[in-house]
Design a protein around this ligand. Structure first.
Ligand code: ACO
Length: 376
């Protein structure tokens, strides 16, 4: 390894670029999108306007962004070929696996390099439309046509259920989508940027991002938070359950973050949202488990500075919205298509192939292939 190279496992504390999209203040508990504090965006700012902000750099002239509303509404009508792909998927496929295939199938030659905002708006519009179609088909229900006049959040719920969603439910989902729309150079965004840096196209890069979002150390955690709360069942069981898990050196889902060494501001806002929509028993259980878990983590890992992360109250809010657990991570992806698009545009605008190095620690040069194998 050249002495100029610096090794950091997990790329901790390594800058891989410069970005104007979002700032994660890990020490101060901040998330800023294009200069706007996330606390000033949720509740209140429509997801469509945040898409506008992320893709165009500035807020729209009016809320919700007329440009984004029109583009998303128009792109909800998908070509029959894409519907055929969705309908051909085996119904036993979990929605996240199906979504990976669905996003990949959007690459019908109409996405090129460099990526464009229009391509991104198509990706953002069609991800929930095709996901909802798959979910209904896999449950033996007939698909429901999109409604261009509905907001992004409302149309997703409409297409999943076929009934007009409650305004409070739409507001909760809208807040969730904005909170999860972008988050610095997280693992899925980095995977996307690596793909774009090879001059690949947006849907190929989004497929790589989705594959990366899947894991429980990133976007795959919220359903596991719900399973954990189910397993604990009652607040009085929490202490013993958590201690046993930590003794086995297993992680507690919904806690800890590579960047945040204090409260994740999205988690704080989601907790507030949960207070307005969650069932009182589930909220009470979640709050008590959180209190006991934080105390146990402080005892078990006194130097690690582990706080509640975004996924903990995401799980409570998504339960309250009435989404099935297998839709938790796909819904995270629905939100994040906005941030992924913004980062793809930014990466392509000042592209350099992302190609790091590794320190080789294998056998030294000079091994000889066994004669008996090749007869040489
Ligand atoms: N439960 C138990 N122990 C934990 C937890 C946790 N939730 N989080 C961190 N630790 C431990 C680590 O295992 C590590 O222990 P070690 O030194 O004995 O190996 C120590 O605390 C320090 O961890 P960090 O270096 O601060 O954590 P890292 O940056 O590697 O990991 C991560 C962050 C992956 C999110 C981790 O906290 C974790 O696994 N959390 C649980 C899964 C989860 O909630 N994932 C969602 C993350 S949010 C998102 O991506 C959208």
């Amino acid at each position: 390894m050249s002495p100029a190279l610096h090794f950091s496992k997990g790329l901790d504390d390594v800058l891989v670029g410069r970005s104007t999209i979002s700032w994660v203040g890990g020490e101060t508990g901040d998330l800023v999108l294009r200069g706007f504090d996330i606390r000033d965006l949720v509740p209140g700012v429509p997801y469509e306007s945040v898409v506008h902000l992320l893709l165009r750099g500035d807020p729209p002239d009016s809320d919700p962004s007329p440009e984004v509303v029109a583009a998303l509404g128009a792109a909800r009508a998908v070509p029959p070929g894409l519907e055929h792909v969705v309908d051909a998927l085996p119904p036993a496929l979990p929605p996240l696996e199906a979504l990976r295939t669905i996003v990949s199938s959007l690459g019908d030659g109409s996405y090129g390099y460099p990526p464009t905002p229009e391509e991104g708006l198509r990706l953002i519009a069609r991800t929930p439309v095709l996901l909802a179609r798959y979910v209904r088909r896999s449950r033996g229900l007939s698909p429901i046509a999109p409604r261009p006049e509905l907001s992004h959040a409302a149309n997703y719920l409409w297409m999943l259920r076929g009934v007009d969603p409650e305004p409070s439910t739409v507001r909760a989902l809208e807040g969730y989508l904005v909170l999860l729309a972008d988050h610095g150079m997280n693992a899925s965004t980095f995977a996307l940027c690596v793909a774009i840096s090879t001059q690949s196209d947006l849907v190929s890069a989004a497929t790589a991002a989705l594959a990366t979002l899947k894991g429980p150390l990133h976007g795959g955690a919220p359903a596991r938070v719900s399973e954990m709360l189910d397993a604990i069942g009652r607040p009085e069981n929490a202490g013993a359950w958590i201690d046993a898990r930590l003794a086995r050196r297993e992680v507690l889902f919904g806690f800890g973050h590579r960047a945040y060494k204090t409260d994740d501001p999205r988690g704080v806002i989601l907790h507030e949202l949960a207070r307005t929509v969650a069932a009182p028993e589930l909220l009470a259980l979640a709050e008590e488990v959180e209190r006991i878990a934080l105390a146990a983590l402080r005892r078990a890992r006194p130097t690690a500075r582990i706080y509640t992360n975004v996924e903990y109250y995401s799980a409570v809010v998504l339960e309250a919205i009435g989404l099935s657990r297998e839709l938790f991570t796909p819904t995270f992806a629905v939100a994040r298509t906005a941030g992924w698009t913004a980062h793809a545009l930014e990466q392509a605008a000042e592209n350099r192939l992302i190609r790091p190095d590794v320190e080789y620690v294998g056998a030294p040069k000079g091994r000889r292939w066994p004669r008996a194998l090749s007869g040489r």
